[in-house]
Design a protein around this ligand. Structure first.
Ligand SMILES: [Fe+2]
Length: 247
């Protein structure tokens, strides 16, 4: 675990502990954005030591706690206890949402960026999957794309050959990473997904903060294009052929 790291203008990250999800260990990273009004917007918060918490509080008032992906919803709990006055926001709730009790949500993210942070962050709800409706965020001041579960890059771990083989088979191995094969299978409407990613690619970003992988500063756009190249196959998908073409 590291401390609070500045990645650009008003953008900070903290590495969290290793967590297990679906039997696999994941590195974790939370993102802190200082908004124009000086308050803090935090995505996918992780447990942090007191010293790091003090550094975060020194940056500004913690005002928004956000789970951009169904698998990170449970992480809001700990930070809601710490900052009960902060607004809680989530990506759409799906059967895949990992909950730990009920939380007083302020809102569920849809197509509209909430006024509260629209001056600092754009977002796209990536459509096409009934299970993993992740919201990608764009922080214009630091030209950074924020990605949680949809794109992952896992380094090989020494002494874990089975895990490394699964990571490779899953399509998320370093250096390129990608969208995990099991996640791809949940995308039944590839055209909708493609449209979402095309909107993401309209943003002017040159850096990606991955929750599960490195911070990407080289060929960031190429990483997104490569990770979603499988969506180009939409034309040949039998499920979609029956739905006809949209203009
Ligand atoms: Fe995750």
């Amino acid at each position: 675990m590291t401390g609070l790291e500045a990645l650009g203008r008003d953008l900070f990250v903290v590495e969290g502990p290793i967590v297990r999800d679906m039997g696999m260990p994941f590195t974790t990273r939370m993102t802190v954005v200082r908004l124009g009004d000086g308050s803090l917007w935090i995505a996918s918060p992780v447990p942090v030591p007191f010293a790091v918490l003090a550094d975060i509080v020194a940056l500004g008032r913690v005002r928004y706690l956000v789970s951009p992906t169904p698998r990170h919803f449970w992480r809001l709990n700990g930070w809601h206890d710490l900052f009960p006055e902060a607004e809680l926001w989530s990506s759409p709730i799906t059967p895949f949402t990992l909950k730990k009790g009920d939380l007083p949500l302020t809102g569920v993210l849809g197509d509209q960026v909430p006024d509260q942070w629209a001056g600092d962050l754009g977002h796209v709800l990536v459509r096409g999957s009934r299970w993993l409706n992740e919201v990608f965020f764009f922080h214009a001041a630091s030209r950074t794309l924020l990605v949680e579960d949809l794109v992952q890059v896992h380094e090989p771990r020494q002494g874990h050959p089975l895990r490394n083989a699964l990571v490779t088979l899953g399509g998320v191995a370093s250096p390129m990473g990608g969208v995990a094969r099991d996640i791809r299978l949940t995308f039944r409407d590839r055209r909708a997904a493609r449209e979402s990613i095309d909107r993401v690619l309209q943003w002017d970003f040159d850096q990606i903060v991955l929750a599960h992988g490195p911070v990407i500063t080289h060929d960031a756009r190429g990483v997104v294009e490569g990770a979603f190249a499988w969506l180009q196959k939409a034309e040949g998908h039998p499920h979609e052929k029956t739905q006809g073409r949209r203009g």
